[in-house]
Design a protein around this ligand. Sequence first.
Ligand code: XUL
Ligand code: CO
Length: 438
Amino acid sequence: MKEFFPEIKNIKYEGPKSKEPLSFKYYNPEEKIMGKTMREQLKFAMAYWHTLCADGTDMFGIGTMDKSFGGSSSMEISKNKVYAGFELMNKLGVDYFCFHDRDLVSEGETLADFHRDLEVIVGIVEEQMKEHGKKLLWATANMFSHPRYAHGAGTSCDPDVFAYAAAQIKQAIDIDIRLGGSGYVFWGGREGYETLLNTDMGFELDNMAYLLTMARDYGRAHGFKGDFYIEPKPKEPTKHQYDFDAATVIGFLRKYGLDGDFKLNIEANHATLAAHTFQHELRTAAINNMFGSVDANQGDCLLGWDTDQFPTNIYETTLAMYEIIKCGGFTNGGLNFDAKLRRASARPEDIFYGFISGMDSFALGLRLAAKIIEDGRLDEFVKSRYAGFETGIGADIKNRRTSLEALSDYAFSLGRVGLSSSGRQEYLESLINSVMFG
Ligand code: XUL
Ligand code: CO
């Protein structure tokens, strides 16, 4: 078998003191952290699109990276991408991957062309998965790149486009089931609007929910046991996207009775675009029992768009892993690197540096989150902050055994009520630093 990255050997754990750039400093797959191996806790996945398709094209310039993998025809390129992808996952020890239907083959003129070519490539993916023991974290349908989706897919004003989207979803769910995927993602890149002047928002949302309901029913009827996910994002490409953030999506899912089958796929850079922290979005999903999966990346606070960088901010990865461990860890989900190289990082080995950096950042985040939890002072402080609810009037409130009148009588009996305790933010921030770096 042809090697696509002949210069790169299998990436090994060498520990934090190693100066070998092509090694893991913190990710030691078989080491146990809080009862599970790092590999099980982190469940890293390769995003097919960024890794094997994105070639550095941006709004101002053409591609800088050759993603043809030595192929000349479109199908040859598609085949080579599969082999290159599995080689890369093997060398990095990444167990999972995710793709859009359009990442595997180019669309062709008709759905029939697309279907025919997908069948060939999915066959190769299936055979490679068996040979190398890799798993599909989730699949999705790209319903945002083609011009037909300029008005949206499930929220399009054109019923033919709505039907086309349905066909793409059906096909992607069939592939997901065939490959044993544990998730199916909906990211509504064009499901939103540019101006309300031309938009019937209520009608569009009802249609979107109908499409998701049909997808759910089809998947369940055909044996899909995994989770459906919505991936919130507030904007980009459309000015306003309906899946704005976790809270908005949860409200939508409940309104349309989809909350039993759908969870959230939280992306770090989408959280920050919605003016939330990554931790906030994870917590919102968790407290609503809708935490599912993560698209791992980071943005740049000086650039207001979705830069999809490999994550390196250890505070962010630590607090993310803290949230993930606290809500029980991944079940069907995992950490998918929805991350791409900078345009000038155009050498084939750069993709390995990107993954190593991202995997090590989350591995270190996991180690530090475990330290914070095992240290216990943070959790103890939060518990003690609400200790007033354990006795007296506080317990009556907590146990819902009071009334507005009873609380009013109680408050009148108190006289002056002032600020009673400190939030201790500065102390907690320095506590976190001392646990992380101590
Ligand atoms: C776009 C994005 C997508 C989804 C899958 O911002 O995150 O790649 O993850 O469609
Ligand atoms: Co994403």
